[in-house]
Design a binder for this molecule. Sequence first.
Ligand code: HPA
Length: 269
Amino acid sequence: MEEILESVEWLKARGIESAEVGIILGTGLHGLAQHIEVEKEFNYSVIPHFPIATVEYHFGKLIYGTLGGKKVLACQGRFHHYEGYSMQQVVHPVRVMRMLGVKFMLLSNAAGALNPEFKKGSLMVIEDHINLQTENPLRGENADELGPRFPDMSQPYSYHLNGLIKEIAAEKGIQVQEGVYISVPGPNLETRAEYRFLRMIGGDAVGMSTVPEVIACNHMGLPCCCISVLTDECDPQKLSPVSIEEIIQTAKQAEPALTQLYQALIEKI
Ligand code: HPA
């Protein structure tokens, strides 16, 4: 709690008053940031208690500005547990943004498609998740100022936000799927047997992020949503090796559609 408040005070002292919408941009998905009318931006490395993004393809920056007529705070680059950060560090930016007043959290990520009908390069709105990451950001003494000991997870992704995304997608002719995201610890990709298992237990997509942040949002009663860009097809019958470069390339290609959806969503909420 102390570290969260120190980050918040540091940012407030530098002119970040409050924001309405928080955004977290995942791997290869930082294009949305180019549409923000930037007022302030800070490298994570200068903000007290912000971990430094170690994965070189992540831009570690917190941006404050206006998008879709609203004040937003956007994290360009996120922290993953596999990088060696604690789960508390992974969710630190989400908690700081909440303390700075955000009322909605919009997340994005790159994920592998488990559902054989979902194709590489398409978008999936996360409807629900299965958490297979063994660590949890809420482990340990509960910070009652943030939320309850046993947060409800019956509607982890806001029906309201997901409904708006689907409406906007239909208006704009952007195809979006809806499905269940499974989070795994990473950093290795999955074996064929693991992909088969993940599909069998009900997954439509798999990735190594997002769920810790979504748990932190639900803990704080902060409505959130997430769009996954499906960067590879995880078909155990015909699995070919995927490289991180390929994943980033596919994410970049699909990114403009994600940007359009989120920009319109921010205007509507
Ligand atoms: N597995 C896990 N994480 C991922 C994948 C995948 O196939 N694709 C993109 N992120």
